[in-house]
Design a protein around this ligand. Structure first.
Ligand code: PHE
Length: 508
């Protein structure tokens, strides 16, 4: 660009400032001109692209005293301290005696000895196991001088002298000083820039950036200067607001279930043991109900249980099988256990609540799902959290069998992008048969276990008067999210690391 070019007000201010200072840090330009940092950066970029200035990165060292270093300013370096104490001795002295009697901290003496030896200020003689010391002459101590230079902020201009450099390196190793590299950018005029300034800067009045209808109608555009578009200009990356990626995955799942004809239900996070366990035919002495696995709620201490009839049916089923043709668990069922409260350990508690409303709030066929938080008392690591999510579903109808379960899970996972699924036998106290769901993940060429499923036992369905078959599943959502979002640590699923959130590609 020719040096006769007109410049903007910002450009002029900055060019003049650089001219005055020969070279100047960007930071100082901001401080002196009081122009906003982003605008300074932009103007510097414009000027250097136009060839008027050079913007160079410079590394400066900031040398400072550590806490230990500050202490030595007052007392002198350990070797000096020890030397001074030794100097008073006329004869050589036994090192051990000196350590005991000198009144100087032994640790400090130990530090000093190495340096006294290196600096050749003392002579050590060994007799058997005994070491004697005697002072020689103390040479000029560069370390002590450097320490003072650092303290007085006079080190910068001398730091490159070989001897001082060596001393700085030693003092840094000894953790007496701290050296930090600070990078900054400085701006300088190029020969073109110098000519431009010395010819006298011509200010370009503000350029129009918007062509308005009014300018066209009145014809005023003819006398205006417009800013040119620069499609190659660097602009700061902008991030549009978005939902948390986990919410996006949940939305995708929800849409799929709804597309498949399911309704969404929700249930309480603080759940009675009745719904979380008893109604699912889990005996009251089942280990999963212990504190080691389940978070218990202390207050309130009692849950409100459903209608007496339902509670009684469940009680009898546990005790002797009731009408279900099962023998039950054969123990004395206690209301007080069922009334305890816990954090829901699975969303099966929620589908079970819904099942109990059969013929009161709905009639079969019925298909519902729930996607929600569950809690288990787990040690947390990259694979386990104490708080995680499940997606649960039931289908209630006559004549359902495992093929229907397989079909529904296959459709769901297929729409999520996992084409191959397998059901393998498993065990849950509330289903018979019980199945584990595996999905095949192409990327890892591996099968992943996603959760449980099966057909609810009569011990679960009959207490609610449901004679139809009930297909049920409860699957882990977190692993699905990890696979979808390419994460390998489960803790990242719920992380609010802003960079990761911004850069996670949209799932859909
Ligand atoms: N509730 C089981 C779990 O938490 C999953 C499951 C749900 C199994 C429904 C069978 C039927 O893993």
């Amino acid at each position: 660009m020719p040096p006769t070019k007109k410049v903007s007000k910002d450009q002029a201010k900055i060019l003049e400032l650089i001219n005055e200072h020969k070279e100047i840090e960007h930071k100082e330009i901001v401080e002196i001109t009081k122009i906003d940092q982003v605008r300074v950066a932009k103007t510097i970029l414009e000027l250097s692209e136009a060839g008027f200035i050079d913007s160079i990165e410079k590394t400066t060292q900031i040398i400072s005293l550590t806490k230990e270093g500050k202490g030595y300013i007052k007392s002198g370096l350990p070797e000096k301290l020890v030397f001074d104490a030794l100097k008073n001795e006329k004869e050589r002295i036994l090192l051990d005696d000196f350590k005991k009697n000198s009144g100087i901290n032994e640790q400090l003496i130990n530090i000093a000895i190495g340096w006294l030896r290196r600096k050749n200020w003392v002579e050590f003689t060994k007799e058997g196991k005994k070491t004697f010391v005697k002072t020689k002459t103390m040479s000029k101590d560069i370390d002590q001088e450097v320490l003072l230079l650092v303290k007085n902020n006079e080190i910068a201009s001398k730091a490159s002298e070989p001897k001082i450099k060596e001393s700085l390196a030693n003092l840094r190793k000894r953790k007496i000083i701290d050296i930090q590299d600070v990078r900054s950018r400085i701006a300088k005029l190029t020969p073109e820039g110098k000519t431009l300034v010395s010819n006298g800067l011509q200010i370009q009045e503000k350029l129009e950036t918007i062509l308005t209808p009014k300018m066209i109608i009145t014809g005023s555009w003819k006398s205006k200067d417009f800013k040119r578009y620069d499609p190659e200009e660097n602009v700061p990356q902008t991030y549009i607001g978005r939902k948390h990626p986990v919410i996006e995955v949940i939305k995708e799942m929800r849409d799929i279930f709804i597309e498949m004809g399911f309704k969404e239900i929700r249930g309480p996070v603080i759940e009675s043991e009745f719904w979380n366990f008893d109604a699912l035919f889990q005996p009251q002495d089942h280990p999963a109900r212990e504190l080691a696995d389940t978070f218990k709620i202390a207050k309130p201490s009692k849950a409100k249980l459903p209608a007496k009839e339902i509670v009684n049916n469940v009680r009898k089923t546990h005790e002797n099988g009731w009408k279900t043709k099962s023998t039950g668990w054969g123990y004395k069922w206690k209301m007080s256990e069922a009334e305890k409260l816990c954090l829901r350990t699975h969303t099966t508690a929620t589908t079970c609540r819904h099942l109990a409303k059969a013929f009161k709030e709905w009639t079969p066929p019925e298909k519902v799902f729930s996607i929600d938080k569950v809690y288990r008392n787990e040690a947390i690591d990259f694979k386990h959290l104490a708080e995680f999510m499940q997606f649960e579903g039931i289908i209630v109808d006559k004549d359902l069998n495992l093929r229907h379960l397989m079909g529904n899970l296959k459709t769901f996972y297929g729409k999520m992008g996992f084409k191959k699924i397998r059901l393998i036998p498993s065990f849950y106290p509330y289903t018979e048969p019980s199945m584990s769901t595996l999905i095949y993940v192409d990327k890892f060429k591996q099968w992943f276990e996603m959760g449980g499923s099966g057909i609810f036992r009569p011990e679960v369905t009959m207490p609610f008067g449901v004679k139809e078959k009930v297909l049920a599943w409860g699957q882990g959502l977190d692993r699905l999210v990890m696979l979808k979002l390419d994460l390998d640590d489960i803790r990242e699923v719920y992380s609010s690391n802003i960079d990761r959130l911004r850069n996670t590609p949209l799932v859909i």
